[in-house]
Ligand binder design. Structure first.
Ligand SMILES: [Ca+2]
Length: 358
């Protein structure tokens, strides 16, 4: 592994922050004082923490802390995972009483992955109400995001991504359309306040990268090189310590609650790491809530490097490296409470009974 790293040549690196350092720095993290508008971008079928994150956002919506404007699936709708992920997202939205939340899908090329999200197919087929049957029927996510962003006040939307950056690449690369005369970068600059990204490892990954950033490395390089707003990263090392799901499966009925069902299908009832929930929680509550600090942040920027690796199957090798700098518009999160306490905060939201439901 080390030999491969030493032999790897740096092809190019991107991701120096381009946004102007102005009032939009990271000194004003989100607070719980007003509902936070979020777009949730997910690779839901590959792991179950995406389900936990979307459930958490619905719980926070029931508490009037956020609004979910749209959900986008970052796996290609041409492939198994993307087809079922979109239906799974619709199942969850419908369960929480928000079937109107639009669900979009990525339509670009599919990166073949060894693991497949069978839990989504099993849960969707288990009889939970939903209208969207497959990602193939969903609108293209970046177009959906353009529509949603164009209709929102300036600097009001928080983007939450907990999977691949395929949709965000398509959004940034998009040109004017019927939704907006603005190009993608300018539309994001105008409408998005901050991007909360589960991706990368901090202060640096090895040459295998982190799954979300490394599976579509060209998309990652493009997005990190062009994203025009503050970004806060929740890294692998944060969520890997935060174990949730077992209590959810024990105390909620998997026959009635699709979140519990998805966890049961994926984990068999055991706890699972909570990578995606850490980013979703930050997007809505910022560094803490109710006088309880969840996180602290390390300022700087995330340098993403595409490496020259041995020819073979799979994506090009990549890694991320944190470059510290107090004036930067990016940060990564560090837990400010013991992982078990953060897990309790997250799991209680995942378990929160839906408004008017059981
Ligand atoms: Ca994910």
């Amino acid at each position: 592994m080390l030999g491969r790293l030493a032999a790897a040549g740096l092809l190019f690196s991107l991701a120096a922050p381009r946004a102007a350092r102005s009032a939009r720095n990271l000194e004003a993290p989100p607070t719980a004082s007003a509902p936070v508008d979020v777009i949730f971008d997910t690779d839901m079928a590959l792991d179950v923490d995406d389900v936990g994150a979307l459930a958490l956002l619905h719980a926070l919506s029931d508490r009037k802390e956020c609004r979910i404007l749209a959900v986008g699936v970052s796996e290609s709708a041409r492939a198994y995972d993307g087809q079922w992920a979109a239906a799974m997202a619709d199942v969850i939205n419908t369960y929480y009483g928000r079937p109107e939340i639009p669900v979009g899908a990525y339509r670009g090329p599919h990166q073949e992955l060894a693991e497949r999200g069978h839990y989504t197919e099993k849960t969707v087929r288990a009889g939970f109400a939903h209208r969207l049957l497959t990602g193939a029927d969903a609108p293209e996510a970046y177009k959906l995001y353009r529509q949603v962003l164009a209709g929102r006040p300036d600097l009001s939307v928080r983007m939450v991504s907990v999977g691949f950056l395929t949709n965000l690449e398509a959004l940034l690369a998009s040109g004017p359309d019927e939704a907006s005369p603005l190009g993608g970068v300018e539309l994001v600059r105008r409408k998005v306040r901050e991007w909360s990204c589960m991706g990368g490892r901090y202060p640096s990954s090895d040459e295998h990268g982190e799954f979300n950033l490394a599976t579509y490395p060209e998309a990652t390089a493009y997005v990190l090189g062009h994203w025009p707003t503050p970004v806060t990263f929740a890294g692998f090392e944060l969520g890997v310590q935060v174990m949730t799901g077992a209590r959810l499966v024990r105390e909620r009925d998997p026959a009635r609650n699709p979140v519990a069902r998805a966890y049961l299908e994926y984990t068999g009832g055991k706890d699972r790491m909570s990578w995606d929930q850490t980013a979703a929680l930050y997007a809505v509550r910022g560094l803490g809530s109710g006088g309880r600090p969840y996180y602290s942040r390390v300022a700087g920027h995330n340098r993403f490097e595409l490496l020259v690796g041995p020819p073979g199957r799979g994506p090009q090798p990549s890694r991320n490296v944190w470059v510290s700098g107090a004036e930067a518009e990016q940060a990564y999160l560090v837990a400010a409470m013991p992982p078990a306490e953060l897990a309790q905060v997250i799991e209680e939201l995942m378990m929160q009974r839906r408004a008017g439901g059981r």
